[in-house]
Design a protein around this ligand. Sequence first.
Ligand code: CTP
Ligand code: MG
Length: 239
Amino acid sequence: MYSDQNTRVSVVIAAAGKGTRMGLNQNKQYVEVLGKPLLARTIQVFEDCTVIEEIIVVANESEVEYCKENIIDRYGFAKVRCVVSGGVTRQQSVFNGLKRVRPDCGILLIHDGARPFIDDESIRACIGAAAECGAAIAAVPVKDTVKRADEGGFVNETIDRSSLWSIQTPQAFRYQLIAEAHRRAEEEGFDGTDDAVLVERLGLKVRLVMSSYYNIKITTREDLAIAAAIAGMGLHRKS
Ligand code: CTP
Ligand code: MG
């Protein structure tokens, strides 16, 4: 269990997306599940995690004020240092947040606002592995058989599942490493779907950390029903 008192740990929470696949006329982060907005649920876990020093929230430019008022102030999140505007892509949003982290930050976590069921134990495991290896990401083994399709909609290949992992957040890094990886990606016009790939393309190793199947990303409508079940029964809280 990670509990180093000397390394400062910050988290950037990316919440500046549009939630297109959810098909609501509002950003999915602000949808309430059992009376509490998803984003408030997500921030709460980091607020309560004693190794986290500060939280940077990245919100859609048009929602910064709404976020401050209805999430940060309403729930009294004391560790939130600022709410910054996001960019067009997730990567740009994270980069905007990363630039606002305190200069003495040792380990930076990056987390999706739309993953409210992350647990304290997985957060600490990612921080510990990042302190050791430089980069570590929450993940779970793939459960379904995965096949590659050809253009005509037929199976082209069955991929060996035993080495496949579904990648989640948090993704944890030594701060200087991820800051450099983001700078390089921006300079070179590379856009990745997660943060670890920016480190991978520099030829560095990224450690997989076994997380939890409850740590889902709320993406489509049916995820809201699953979220209500997880929240209602407190399934994500490891004992
Ligand atoms: N995100 C962000 N800035 C963007 C795009 C995404 O901060 N420009 C955040 C989202 O708010 C979300 C996380 O990155 O918490 C993961 O992205 P995703 O699940 O794809 O959310 P959206 O982009 O909002 O959804 P969609 O792709 O369906 O539009
Ligand atoms: Mg998206």
